[in-house]
Design a protein around this ligand. Sequence first.
Ligand code: AMP
Length: 193
Amino acid sequence: MLNVLLLGPQGAGKGTQGKLISGENGIPHIATGDILRAAMAAGTELGRKVKPIYDAGGLVPDDIMIELIRERLCADDAANGFVLDGFPRTAVQAEALDEMLDEIGRPLSVVLEFQLPEEVSIERLTLRAQEEGRADDTPESIRNRLRLYHEQTEPLIEHYRARGNLVGVPANRPIEEVFEEIQRALEQVAVRR
Ligand code: AMP
């Protein structure tokens, strides 16, 4: 079982690396942003509810996100592990995740902390806005999301460091280099298990 959590600012490449880790290790990439975008595209009740928050770069309420993740982690395809990306983003979400994983007896194998200077993060998000046209890649929304990241999500790094399974990943490098380093870290985890 390989339970991986990705932490780090927007634009650090968590989505890209999450997909690669998923493919290489045969575990699903569970990205809360992707789940919300799919719900909005499908026009579900969840999608309609979160759209204004999402577009403004705000945080969807904890209770909604926690329920969504609880269901997703219990799906069959996550039985052998998962790569969790975009959750938790707040202390409340982190506590809920700890409890959930405790309950189902599936501790995190490793927490990968993607490290990227803020100016590179802004550059990458601005570029992505031009290339992909994501609804929340407007300048105001980008500022809001990075502010919320610093205020609410960055403190979680210490939460996981204190638990001893945090691995730092310098993310300002080519995709393949970052991925090789991640795979080495995951092999270390496998050796320790
Ligand atoms: P992402 O693709 O991870 O950057 O997520 C895009 C947007 O989805 C965020 O800016 C939030 O509006 C929302 N979102 C995704 N995950 C969460 C979460 N764990 N808690 C609150 N909002 C979230």
